[in-house]
Design a protein around this ligand. Structure first.
Ligand code: VGL
Ligand code: ZN
Length: 209
């Protein structure tokens, strides 16, 4: 079985989000074999890559006196301040070495504007600036999206909710994701996804019948 009108969107499976990385998601590398098995079942596979310039405004190090995981008010609203991570061209920004990147049709980089973070693969955190992904998918006739990767409660959730708002049928493959879970952020993310009509599925649900 192949989902002809469906794409797997693999969010930020990069070294900095895996154990040993600058913003390590617990057990983050566990998604790699699951994603590699799922990707060939879809008509399209899209990888996103968090891709920040040095000194990005989402970095706590850009805000004197502030520490990682605090929040700050930026021009577009509240923003969590992160440890420096996924700096363009660094080993931390590279995909996990086990990820089957050759099978991807598109690598979408996000978070490259110095002053705006971009959790979602569709819009930057100002909720307005598009990344261009919706147009790409529509141009290919893709209507259904399954999301996997890191982290469930930030970039995966924001991407899936945006996808549903853009009119795509969206599902998150729960066991193909791992979360940061900052102060209840994982439960809040699932609540938001449910409210946005994002389906919650498991990799086994996507196997051939
Ligand atoms: C992410 C925090 C900062 C993510 C990216 O991929 O979930 N989280 N940048
Ligand atoms: Zn980031």
């Amino acid at each position: 079985m192949r989902f002809e009108d469906a794409a797997l969107v693999v969010i930020d499976v990069q070294n900095d989000f895996c154990p040993g990385g600058a913003l390590a998601v617990p057990d983050g590398d566990a998604v790699v074999p699951i994603v590699n098995r799922l990707a060939p079942r879809f008509a399209a596979c899209i990888l996103t890559q968090d891709w920040h310039p040095p000194g990005h405004r989402s970095f706590a190090s850009s805000h004197p006196g502030r520490a990682p995981f605090e929040t700050a008010e930026l021009a577009y609203g509240e923003q969590v301040l992160w440890p420096d991570h996924c700096v363009q061209g660094t080993a931390g920004a590279a995909f996990h070495p086990g990820l089957a990147t050759d099978a991807a049709d598109l690598v979408l980089r996000k978070g490259f504007r110095p002053g705006i973070d971009s959790y979602s693969a569709f819009h930057e955190n100002d909720r307005r600036t598009p990344t261009g992904l919706a147009g790409y998918l529509r141009g290919r006739g893709i209507t259904r999206l399954c999301f996997a990767g890191l982290a469930t409660d930030f970039c995966v959730a924001w991407s899936a909710v945006d996808a549903a708002r853009e009119g795509f049928e969206a599902a998150v493959v729960e066991d193909a994701c791992r979360a940061i879970d900052l102060d209840g952020s994982l439960a809040a993310a699932w609540d938001e996804m449910r409210a946005a009509n994002v389906a919650r599925v498991f990799a086994a649900d996507l196997q051939p019948q």
